[in-house]
Design a binder for this molecule. Structure first.
Ligand SMILES: Cc1ncc(C[n+]2csc(CCOP(=O)(O)OP(=O)(O)O)c2C)c(N)n1
Ligand SMILES: [Mg+2]
Length: 576
């Protein structure tokens, strides 16, 4: 009793104070940011504990890069910045790849890193994990900020949120020096210093003249094509996009992560006639798709000889004319732009010439028919087509599942073979073709959507984030990983002719990745035939238990670099 009486005035005093730790938590909560992906350590360990205690979901990873990829894709899925939390220098650097990846892919993300003492870092006196993180981050993101005073936390987080999601979304770095966390201030003043970001990503309405110009060009086309990019998927303007495409009657080509915006089985989908529509189209409307390497920069062999006119719909004005002339730029947010286009089409909008739509459909049907028997093969060892034929059916039967996909052959073939039926269900390597997104994206997909996740992984690709299977087991997430194990990168058959070391592209033969999952209490299965694979994936999807299936693929089945082998430089000397 006496003790409590003595403590009372102290506790009352404490109630009037807040500190950096709590202000950061309160600022995130105020803005609806309630999930943090990270790795603990000095100076953010207690912050993670307190955030958890205050009701935030704080998911601890085994490596910051994977936490960063999780945050980045969370941003893509939710249109709110995904939060990645790391320690200073090495942890920060581990998270930086994901920050750069988020910026390149236009995913909103905030990398929050603790940092060492400014006065020591700036004099380069060798502090614990010393690094001028703000300077390093600046070149890799849309914006980078540092908060030095507890009273500025509200503004700092508000600026980070707005920078990440407004205009073209991207990565933002927020530097929080160790001293900031413990800084104390009056609680009421602290509360008042917080900022709730109003209308973080304001609509950007396109100019009416740009809409008219675009529709005029589109109407004049004999062989029009619409290309949907992942910006269109991000926009969550699914109904407007579907109505616009259907009202126009124009064949559409989805980029990888735009698959499912309209089903791949839709009558207008030209996915299976990609080379034909790129070559033969005369007017191409890009919606949230950039003319980067993935579209051969809009020129060259892939685009054929016929002259082309490009219409581009994008939120970023600088995107226009980036590679070729854009005759009808439409600048604004995708939702507003597509709605305006739709509103601008009168009831008598002419269908594109039947000769064109018929030709596209014929090519598509021909390719689909050609592929069909290969997808039904029951070969042992499995080839890519036999294994992917099974997964294709599983996604057809479970269109709500989220497909995560990385690898070379495993990526390129899965992209072509597995039809998607709903928006934002296919999450893959993005603009850079980066390996290592697999487990981070799978975890975030499960956490953010609550839907089952099927991660289709090359054995090399999986290795970049493989340790996160422990994270998947720890949080008991409904993730089924299928590893296309062909003993290596591209193929498992390479031989080093010059010495005893294995060739650079091959791994341990017959590796059993399924045992990794068992080590952490998950389900491991070794599947050697399409039938075994089908049973194991269905069981995993039904049970929701963390599962890893080692799918044994013929080591000779793949090709160098999958579909992009042409990008490999060649030595003239080798050909002598
Ligand atoms: C971060 C990163 N490092 C390296 C690469 C180069 N790379 C492209 S695909 C690939 C792995 C391909 O092998 P695998 O995942 O086993 O797929 P497979 O073709 O064998 O099915 C690698 C290492 C990359 N894309 N990203
Ligand atoms: Mg492989």
């Amino acid at each position: 009793m006496a003790e409590a009486a003595v403590k009372k005035p102290e506790a009352a005093e404490e109630q009037d104070l807040t500190d950096g730790f709590h202000l950061i938590i309160d600022a995130l909560k105020l803005n609806g940011l309630t999930t943090i992906y990270g790795v603990p350590g000095i100076p953010i360990t207690d912050f993670g504990r307190m955030a958890q205690a205050e009701g935030l979901r704080v998911l601890s990873f085994r490596h910051e890069q994977n936490a960063g990829y999780a945050a980045a894709i969370a941003g893509f899925l939710t249109k709110k910045p995904g939060i990645c939390l790391t320690v200073s220098a090495p942890g920060f650097l581990n998270g930086l790849t994901a920050l750069a990846h988020a910026t390149t892919n236009c995913y909103p993300m905030i990398l929050i890193s603790g940092s060492s003492e400014r006065e020591v870092v700036d004099l380069q006196q060798g502090d614990y994990e010393e690094m001028d993180q703000l300077a390093v981050a600046k070149t890799m993101c849309k914006a980078a900020y540092r908060v030095l005073h507890a009273a500025d936390i509200g503004i700092g987080i508000a600026r980070a949120i707005r920078s990440a999601v407004s205009g073209r979304p991207g990565g933002v770095y927020l530097d929080l020096p160790a001293k900031l966390f413990g800084q104390v201030m009056d609680a009421e003043k602290g509360r008042k210093s917080l900022v709730k970001v109003i209308d973080a990503a304001p609509a950007q309405i396109p100019a009416p003249a740009s809409i008219k110009r675009a529709l005029d060009v589109l109407k004049s086309a004999k062989k029009p094509l619409i290309i949907l990019g992942k910006g269109a998927a991000y926009a969550q303007a699914d109904e407007a996009i579907k109505s616009f495409v259907e009202k126009s009657g124009i064949p559409f080509l989805p980029m990888s992560m735009a698959k499912g915006l309209l089903p791949d089985t839709h009558a207008q989908c030209a996915g299976a006639a990609r080379s034909t529509v790129l070559k033969d189209s005369d007017v191409v409307m890009l919606i949230g798709a950039r003319l980067n390497w993935l579209l051969s920069h809009g020129k060259g062999k892939a685009w054929g000889e016929a002259p082309k006119k490009f219409i581009q719909v994008d939120i970023e004005p600088k995107e226009m004319d980036s590679n070729v002339e854009i005759v009808a730029p439409v600048v604004g947010d995708i939702g507003s732009c597509v709605q305006a286009l739709l509103d601008g089409m009168d009831a008598k909008w002419p269908a594109p010439p039947a000769e064109w739509t018929g030709a596209v459909k014929a090519k598509r049907d021909e390719n689909v028919t050609k592929m069909a028997p290969r997808l039904m093969n029951n070969n042992v060892p499995m080839d890519y087509h036999g294994a992917l034929g099974v997964l294709r059916t599983i996604i057809k039967e479970r269109p709500d599942a989220i497909l995560v996909n990385e690898g070379a052959n495993t990526l390129d073939l899965a992209r072509g073979i597995i039809d998607m039926y709903k928006p934002r269900k296919r999450l893959d390597v993005g603009t850079w073709g980066i390996m290592g997104i697999g487990m981070g994206q799978a975890i975030a997909a499960a956490v953010e959507t609550g839907k089952p996740v099927l991660a289709v992984e090359g054995d090399s690709a999986f290795g970049f984030s493989g340790m996160e299977v422990e994270t998947i087991c720890r949080y008991n997430l409904p993730v089924c990983i299928v590893i296309f194990n062909n003993d290596g990168i591209y193929r498992g058959t390479d031989v080093n002719k010059a010495g005893a070391d294995p060739a650079t592209t091959v791994f341990v033969k017959g590796a059993r990745y399924d045992k990794m999952m068992e080590a952490f209490g998950g389900v491991g299965v070794n599947a050697t035939s399409p039938d075994e694979l089908k049973r194991a994936v269905n069981a995993a999807m039904d049970s929701g238990k963390p599962t890893l299936i080692n799918a044994v693929i013929d080591p000779a089945a793949g090709s160098e670099s999958g579909r992009i082998g042409n990008l490999n430089p060649q030595s003239a000397l080798k050909k002598k």
